[in-house]
Design a protein around this ligand. Structure first.
Ligand SMILES: Nc1nc2c(c(=O)[nH]1)N[C@H]1C(S)=C(S)[C@@H](COP(=O)(O)OP(=O)(O)OC[C@H]3O[C@@H](n4cnc5c(N)ncnc54)[C@H](O)[C@@H]3O)O[C@H]1N2
Ligand code: MOO
Ligand SMILES: [Mg+2]
Length: 404
């Protein structure tokens, strides 16, 4: 049996980077950028007025002139104009290019307009570039604004749009199959017999993946029949980039998954991790067209497979699409805990941010790793290392928020 850290390393070390593809910028939300985005010109591209008012030359004001004849209007969207003379002004709108000979903008609230003259009071603080967003002050032409391997959210999309990238290179979204197995499991619509249960893991896993940024997911359910498992997995291996199984991986007579995966040529990287829940977890890879494609077989108990998805699968998929590791999050334990088994404990907990800036975790009381009712009340899990048995109140441990 391997440790949580060994399992994590084996998975992450085995994962390469998926191919890029080009998509329209308005379809790129949540994707991982695979090319640098450079400024095609300076930003802002011209000296830009930041206030509605008048454009003047500050030295004219500072040498005592208070009345400025209005020589015209400079709206946003019009080419740059010029002051008719140093003593004059132009009315100017926010976003317009600063006229030649002007070097600052006086906002409309600070002046009075009478007929065709702007009258300024004494005591204004007017200098070179007052109320002007100077050309190139945000970045120079050609500067790298976004480097590859970052997630495209609204703010990155604003940058790509502003430099004219109608299309961007991003990581291909892997096609993922979620496979549940088990004769006891019936569909949501069915009324279960007393010995049956409605299946939920496959839907939990697929929705968690969608919310984590992996929308290309399909669900398949297979009964505990080795032939059917083999046929369906073979077919999925031909057209999916990754397979995530839930159930059928432990030591039961009908836990056919590890044996069938081996038969299909999926090479095992490990099985059995010293953790609770999720001890029977299995991980391997298969090859197709030169690519090594990951297969995760997660234990069927609902809390186990959800925890393993969060702890191992989502970080692995994020690495695969080129994202850097997520920054760790920590929470302080709200009460003393003792856990004797030689296992890392993933403990579902309610997380409460305090005004001090600390996050405190209150572990949930729950029955077994089949108890997903209690898990639904929590925000994530804390990871208590296997090297320890006593965990005192107030000590900080790594906290993994659930996918939302
Ligand atoms: N002799 C041993 N028995 C078990 C061990 C062990 O080490 N030795 N490990 C236990 C642990 S820990 C876990 S976790 C489970 C894992 O079992 P499997 O991966 O084989 O999963 P199943 O047997 O198929 O199912 C377990 C449990 O989960 C329910 N389940 C499965 N799929 C779904 C689904 N899609 N939706 C809702 N619920 C699901 C299933 O009905 C079972 O109750 O093995 C222990 N046994
Ligand atoms: O460890 Mo299992 O994953 O408890 O139910
Ligand atoms: Mg089983």
């Amino acid at each position: 049996m391997i440790t949580v850290q060994e399992a994590e390393k084996l998975i992450l070390d085995s994962i390469g980077e998926i191919d890029p593809e080009t998509v329209a910028i308005d379809a790129a939300l949540g994707r991982c950028l695979r090319e640098p985005i450079n400024a095609d010109r300076a930003l802002p591209p011209f000296d830009r007025a930041t206030m509605d008012g008048i454009a003047i030359n500050s030295s004219t004001y500072n040498t005592g002139q208070r009345k400025f004849k209005i020589g015209g209007t400079a709206p946003a969207g019009a080419p740059q104009q010029a002051l008719p003379e140093l003593k004059a002004c132009l009315e100017i709108m926010t976003g317009a290019p600063l006229p030649q000979m002007a070097d600052c903008v006086v906002k409309i609230e600070d002046l009075e307009i009478k007929d065709d003259t702007a009258i300024l009071p004494d005591g204004l603080q007017l200098d070179f570039h007052t109320a002007v967003h100077a050309q190139g002050s945000d970045c120079k032409s050609g500067a790298e604004l976004l480097s590859p391997n970052r997630k495209l959210t609204a703010k990155e999309i604003a940058i790509a749009a502003s430099v004219g990238k109608a299309e961007v290179s991003v990581s291909r979204s892997p096609r993922i199959a979620i496979v549940s197995t088990g004769d006891e499991l019936v569909s949501i619509e069915q009324t279960p017999e007393p010995h049956q249960i409605r299946r939920s893991n496959d839907l939990t896993l697929s929705t968690a993946l969608v919310s984590a940024g992996f929308p290309n997911v399909e669900r398949v359910h297979i009964p505990d029949d080795q032939e059917q498992i083999e046929t369906q997995l073979r077919e999925l291996m031909q057209r999916c980039d990754s397979i995530i199984l839930a159930g059928g991986v432990s030591k039961g007579k009908y836990d056919y998954i590890p044996e069938t995966l081996a038969k299909l040529g999926v090479s095992i990287r490990f099985q059995w991790v010293s953790q609770r829940p999720g001890k029977p977890m299995w991980y391997g890879q298969f090859s197709r067209d030169g690519a090594r494609l990951p297969v995760f077989a997660l234990p069927g108990n609902p809390v186990s497979c959800f925890t393993c998805l969060r702890r191992y699968v989502i970080p692995a998929l994020e690495k695969w699409i080129g994202l850097p590791p997520a920054k760790p999050c920590y929470a302080k334990l709200n009460h003393d805990l003792t856990f004797k088994p030689e296992l890392t404990l993933f403990l579902p907990a309610v997380a409460e941010p305090k005004a001090s800036g600390e996050l405190w975790a209150t572990p949930a009381l729950f029955n077994t790793s089949g108890d997903f009712v209690s898990v639904a009340k929590t925000d994530g899990f804390i990871e208590l290392p296997k090297s320890r048995k006593i965990f005192p109140e107030g000590e900080a441990f790594q906290f993994y928020p659930w996918p939302i």
